[in-house]
Write a protein that binds this ligand. Structure first.
Ligand code: SAM
Length: 211
């Protein structure tokens, strides 16, 4: 098994072919998250679908915030631990190998949730033969895992907190925004930024709300 390494912002990230190759454009998700963290409520950061961990690690680097990384792939979790150690962040990072639906305890609350679910519609996954299917297959409309992320965000985002969700297209963001059930509970889809190969969606929770 050949381990590769590449630069992701200021970090060196290790990975191999069993996990998604880190995509340079997703540094924008880390940078936006880091910016939000400067004024976010106190508390830890949750990264759902963290893969090798680079997006969350770069987001919290220098902030002192605890980071919980969650991924269903044991290989991805091993790389996330290795990459946290290499970044000097091992003591503030808790990597959980689990389905995101069961990885977070009932009383845990996060100031920021970063989510990078698989978002390729199932019938299109054949266009990306080099990518592990479990990292890109988002179900019939590409939104199955994104919807599950929204349920975690709904349950565990602190009042005044924010989430940054990665999707493939603005149309997918529109679909989620129209599904009012998922954005209920004082959650507002406040901004969508088009990136080179995907979109980033910011969701905010009212400061006065309480789950
Ligand atoms: C698009 S990849 C993103 C990985 C990493 N954030 C990156 O940018 O390279 C999606 C990740 O979600 C994980 N995943 C898929 N379904 C999941 C689930 N139900 N619970 C937890 N992780 C899941 C996959 O193992 C994969 O690592």
């Amino acid at each position: 098994m050949t381990t590769e390494s590449l630069a992701f912002g200021s970090l060196a990230i290790a990975f191999d072919h069993r996990v998604l190759r880190p995509r340079e454009w997703t540094v924008a998700q880390s940078e936006w998250a880091a910016q939000i963290l400067r004024t976010a409520p106190d508390g830890p950061v949750l990264e759902l679908c963290s893969g090798a961990g680079q997006i969350g690690l770069l987001a919290v680097a220098g902030s002192g915030r605890p980071l919980v990384c969650v991924d269903a792939s044991d290989v991805a979790c091993e790389f996330a631990r290795t990459n946290a150690l290499a970044a000097g962040l091992a003591e503030q990072v808790d990597v959980r190998h689990a389905p995101l639906e069961s990885a977070v305890g009932p009383t845990e609350v996060f100031a920021l949730v970063i989510a990078d679910p698989p978002w390729v519609p199932r019938l299109d996954t054949g266009r990306f033969p080099e990518d592990p299917l479990s990292a890109i297959d988002g179900g019939p409309d590409g939104l199955d895992v994104a919807r599950a992320c929204l349920q975690v965000i709904r349950r565990h985002l602190a009042p005044g907190g924010s989430a940054l969700l990665q999707l493939g297209t603005t149309e997918q963001a529109d679909v989620l925004a129209d599904e009012e059930l998922h954005l209920a509970d004082a959650l507002t889809l406040s901004e969508v930024r088009q990136q080179e190969r995907g979109v980033l969606v910011r969701i905010d929770r009212d400061a006065a709300s309480a789950e």
